[in-house]
Every structure is written in structure tokens, then in C-alpha cells.
Design a protein around this ligand. Structure first.
Ligand code: HPA
Length: 280
């Protein structure tokens, strides 16, 4: 099943058939909100607003572990993650759709693993007989491979979906994740540009890392809501971020619907094998 995580300004998928909203408990605490179970093209799709409805949680206080574990408990094994970002690459402009295929992590304070060795938690309610539960039960330490963190199959479906819709997009982007909630200095953005970053946001990490620790398939669509600090010289505001996300709302919804339509429910790829041999 597919899970969709909505970013700033995207707190539901307007107009799609909602079956129910469910609350999920996890050993890692409360997810950002209730999961919205929807039906799109006769497929069940589960939506979660990353920051909670009403934008309750700043990026550094999002309970990413609970969010991902909740998806797992509901049977989700694929994630489409949507987020607002600042554009660093000079070729980018506000309103562009971006598909990332690498990240650089500058977050500082966020739990990035489920596998805490001797301190590991285990969910008695989760009955899956898989490596995730085996490693948690055995209190193993896991070093997950993130050489190529995004799901290649879902990336190809996403590109096809943009093409089917006739929407332009840029791919192969490197997303730099910052701690926030403050925005960056212009010197930081210059440094990030020299490291090869194309876009900057505050939420991809640890979301993608935790999804990968659960052997999920993960793909990300970002919307450039502003040029990053120091590029235009203007002061950055949350108003422009939310305004751009609202402006793109209909197009984002079209991308989600087309992606769901194009996604083969039964594909296999190497994301599912990432836990094999990953524990010590
Ligand atoms: N920096 C970090 N996160 C962001 C930005 C930005 O400029 N725009 C939207 N999310």
C-alpha cells in the first residue's frame, strides 16, 4: 500500500474519497496526526500531514519514528513524500517541481534509527514476521545503507507521471536537510551550493532514513517555494512558502493521483532487501 506524506500547506488531499481517519499508537509515541485512509483509482492510499493539521509540529519536533511506524502498522510499504524547499541551484525558480535522488544531512538533534541496540523498543501489536521485528526483538544495532536512498522504480513512476501530465520537473537533485526551524544564512547556502546541494529543506531527513530502516520504498517530490537565503537578497517569509504551496495545490493533487494510477501495486525492487546483512 502507498502512504503519502504532505508537507507545509498540504494537510489533506482535497476532493478524494476518504474512507476513515485512524489513530495509531506506537512504542515511539504519537504520530503527527490521524492517518487519513483514502481510495484513489480503486486503491487504498493513506495520507498523513507531516506537521499535523494546523501545522502543530516544527520540523525538529516531528516524531518521524512514530509517523513511519504508524504507516507500517497500517500496511504501508511505499512512501510518496511531498515537501516545500528553497532553491539553491541557480537554474531553479519558485514553483518548480523537483525529484531528489541524493541527500546531504545537516540535521542535529533527531533520532534517526529504530534500532537502538540494548535500548530498542518492540511493538507487541505488530505481528509481522520480518527482519525489522527480528532485529528489534534481538536488540540488534543496524547500519542502514543509504548510498542510493530513493526507490528507483518509484522515481521512474514519478517521472512518467509528470510526463503524462505534461508538467515540467527537474530530477537528480541533491536535497540538503537542515535542522531548522530557523532558515539559513546566505553563507550557509553558499557553502551548501559548493557541496553540490540543489535544494534545501528541513524534513527529508530522517524521514527517508527511517523508511529505509523499515525496508520501505521511498520517493520525494519537492516544490521550490522560494529562492534560498541570499540568492534574491530578499528577506524570506513563511507566508511565501505557504502561498506557493497553495498556488501549486491543484497540480500537486494531480501528481498524486497520476502517481497512484501509474504505480504497479506488486513491483519488487532492491529496497526490500536493504536490511539483509545490515545488523551487527
Ligand atoms: N530553507 C529551508 N527549508 C525550506 C526553505 C528554505 O529556504 N523553503 C522551504 N523550506
Amino acid at each position: 500500500m502507498l502512504g503519502v506524506i504532505g508537507g507545509s500547506g498540504l494537510y489533506d488531499i482535497e476532493g478524494v474519497k476518504v474512507i476513515e481517519e485512524v489513530e495509531v499508537k506506537t512504542p515511539w509515541g504519537e504520530p503527527s496526526d490521524r492517518y487519513i485512509i483514502t481510495e484513489i483509482h480503486n486503491k487504498k492510499v493513506i495520507f498523513l500531514p507531516r506537521h499535523g493539521k494546523g501545522h502543530k509540529f516544527p520540523p525538529h519536533l516531528i516524531n518521524f519514528r512514530a509517523n513511519l511506524w504508524g504507516f507500517r502498522k497500517l500496511g504501508v510499504s511505499k512512501i510518496l513524500s511531498i515537501s516545500a524547499v528553497g532553491g539553491i541551484n541557480p537554474l531553479l525558480k519558485a514553483g518548480d517541481f523537483i525529484i531528489s535522488n541524493q541527500f546531504i544531512d545537516f540535521t542535529k538533534s533527531r533520532p534517526q534509527t529504530f534500532y537502538e541496540g540494548i535500548y530498542s523498543k518492540y511493538d507487541e501489536e505488530d505481528k509481522k514476521d520480518d527482519l525489522v521485528n527480528q532485529y528489534l526483538k534481538d536488540k540488534r544495532v543496524v547500519h542502514i545503507d543509504v548510498s542510493y536512498p530513493f526507490c528507483p522504480y518509484m522515481q521512474s513512476v514519478l517521472k512518467k507521471s509528470f510526463e503524462d501530465l505534461g508538467f515540467s520537473y527537474k530530477d537528480n537533485a541533491t536535497y540538503v536537510a537542515t535542522e531548522g526551524p530557523r532558515l539559513e544564512t546566505s553563507a550557509e547556502i553558499k557553502a551548501m551550493a559548493s557541496l553540490g546541494a540543489d535544494i534545501v529543506g528541513m524534513t527529508l531527513v530522517p524521514e527517508i532514513v527511517l523508511a529505509r530502516e523499515l525496508a520501505m520504498h521511498f520517493v520525494s517530490v519537492s516544490i521550490v517555494t522560494n529562492l534560498a537565503a541570499g540568492i534574491s537578497g530578499d528577506r524570506l517569509t513563511s507566508d511565501e512558502v505557504i502561498e506557493m504551496m497553495h498556488q501549486k495545490n491543484e497540480d500537486i493533487k494531480k501528481v498524486i493521483l497520476k502517481f497512484v494510477e501509474n504505480l504497479d501495486a506488486n513491483f519488487n525492487c532492491s529496497c526490500e532487501e536493504v536490511l539483509e546483512g545490515a545488523a551487527i
